[in-house]
Write a protein that binds this ligand. Structure first.
Ligand code: NAD
Length: 487
């Protein structure tokens, strides 16, 4: 990597971490890629201070045209480095190459333009006209304003997508940001910081990037009274801590959390196409996507047939080198994550499940380095099992039977989560009806793709609070002020 990857961005300057450096590694080979800046509590303190000052005393919050220009400039700068960023993402995240042409890189970079356009066309002021509340003639207007300093805390699975899906709307809305990325993918964030510092006119302090090996810096960001809003993506357990800590200062939180989404195959669906697609979905990026459908619900009478189709597809997919443009399922991010998945595979067996395919690490000799888990299908469990209820975050699909549309909806909704879902059926009206009954934030019907800058994404229940992307996602970063003038 020729670009600077071992610096924090604090108050417009690229600086070393006062904690020294820590290693970032390639999950496909376990090779050390290099060093990242290890930010400390002092670095975080300076970053928050810079963001606060930039919000309170620069013209950033009030200049929509300048913000839109800066966002487009950032998009262009990132696009100019697309090849370099692509190779970095494949190496640091273990992301299959084909995904970098979509959600792992190109799509979120391009989406910055959507937020620039939105900022320009947005109705920042709405006139409510005259009224005479309590006999007092008044002219009323509603103004939308940035919230202030945003603390953005992100995970490792789709780092560019999540970093930019927070930065884009937060900046378009006029906020300043302190970004704290996951310790597993510091380089994806530090290159963003260096490009912002060196190739855009974004003023000092408006964006700060603090990489660190220490999760405690996330908690510090949540607790600091100078931060007005926390935008968090990560696990439900951490999201709960964030919400609890933010409650002390009654701070606004926006949470994108875990999922255990259902893929429903109705009895009039093309079983082969649907179950193959479900297998493709769960194997993508080794299942490390919060909205991936990890419970396959099929008509009871066709359970064995459906399991055979899904297992055949998963076996054919297998694992592969993320550099190869045909690879769908690369490595998982770390040894720790692999152990966590293996723990769930053991649990599945204890709970009475069997592996129709996969079930552990691949046997091939060229996978003895790196963190690999074979695409796995688990049969024989009920929706009450922990394996079917808890997020595994690996290429692991649990297949469950249903007894018709009502039962499929019941099983799908019988989950602490409600992030996403899919319905496949021959009769579109009927499939749409089932989709409408799912308690989940995004649903795909017959392969429809909801992922896009203008589509709000987020969860019901323990999958989160609020929405990212779309107009709803932009408005998460706004306050509402009403002014009434006596006339
Ligand atoms: P994680 O919760 O362990 O960490 C996420 C981020 O939070 C990291 O930057 C981490 O350093 C930070 N953090 C850790 N403890 C903290 C604390 N007490 N206070 C504040 N910040 C803290 O999650 P992960 O393992 O990095 O990512 C995987 C999880 O993320 C999965 O559960 C997945 O479903 C979820 N996820 C959700 C979405 C979504 O949009 N809903 C998207 C991607 C990932």
């Amino acid at each position: 990597m020729s670009r600077t990857t071992d610096r924090l961005l604090v108050d417009g300057r690229l600086v070393p971490g006062t904690g020294g450096t820590f290693e970032t590694i390639d999950p496909a080979t376990e090779e050390v890629l290099g060093e990242a800046a290890d930010g400390t509590a002092d670095d975080m303190d300076r970053a928050i201070d810079a963001a606060r000052r930039a919000f309170d005393s620069s013209g950033w919050a009030g200049d929509v045209a300048f913000r839109a220009r800066c966002l487009r400039q950032l998009r262009e700068a990132l696009q100019n480095h697309a090849d370099e960023l692509r190779e970095l993402t494949i190496k640091e995240v273990g992301a299959p190459r084909f995904l970098t042409f979509g959600a792992q890189l190109d799509a979120p970079v391009n989406d910055l333009g959507w937020f620039a356009d939105l900022a320009e066309s947005y109705e920042w002021t709405t006139g409510l006209g005259r009224a005479e509340p309590m006999g007092m003639p008044s002219e009323r207007k509603v103004y939308r304003e940035p919230v202030g300093v945003v603390g953005a805390i992100t995970p490792w699975n789709f780092p560019h997508q999540i970093n930019l899906a927070k930065l884009g709307p937060a900046l378009a809305a006029g906020n300043t940001v302190v970004l704290k990325p996951a310790p597993d993918t510091p380089w994806c964030a530090s290159v963003l910081g260096s490009i912002i510092a060196e190739e855009t006119d974004i003023p000092a302090g408006v964006v700060n990037v603090v990489t660190s090996s220490d999760h405690a810096l996330g908690a510090q960001l949540v607790e600091d009274p100078r931060v007005d809003l926390v935008s968090f993506t990560g696990s439900t357990a951490t999201g709960r801590s964030v919400m609890t800590a933010a409650a002390q200062g009654l701070k606004r939180v926006f949470l994108e959390l875990g999922g255990k989404s259902a893929f429903i195959v109705l009895d009039d669906a093309d079983l082969k196409a649907a179950c193959s697609y479900a297998a493709f979905n769960v194997a993508t990026h080794a299942g490390q996507g919060c909205a991936i459908t990890t419970r396959l619900l099929v008509p009871r009478a066709r359970y064995d047939e459906a399991a055979a189709i899904a297992a055949k597809s998963l076996r054919r997919i297998g694992v592969g080198d993320p550099n190869d443009d045909k690879t769908l399922c690369g490595p998982v991010i770390s040894a720790r994550q692999r152990e966590r998945i293996e723990g769930y595979l053991e649990l599945a067996v204890k709970e009475g499940g069997s592996f129709a395919c996969g079930g552990g690490r691949p046997a091939d000799a060229d996978r003895d380095r790196g963190f690999w888990i074979e695409p796995t299908l688990i049969t024989g469990l009920t929706n009450e099992s922990r394996t079917a209820r808890e997020e595994i975050f690996g290429p692991v699909l649990v297949i469950l039977p249903h007894d018709g549309d009502d039962d499929a909806v019941r099983v799908a909704n019988d989950s602490p989560y409600g992030l996403s879902g899919a319905v496949h059926g021959g009769d579109l009206e009927r499939a749409r009806g089932v989709a409408r009954r799912l308690r989940a934030g995004t649903v795909s019907v017959n392969g429809g793709v909801w992922y896009s800058a203008d589509v709000p994404f987020g969860g019901y229940k323990q999958s989160g609070v609020g929405r990212e992307m779309g107009v709803a996602g932009f408005e998460e970063y706004l306050e509402t002020k009403a002014i009434a003038e006596g006339v």
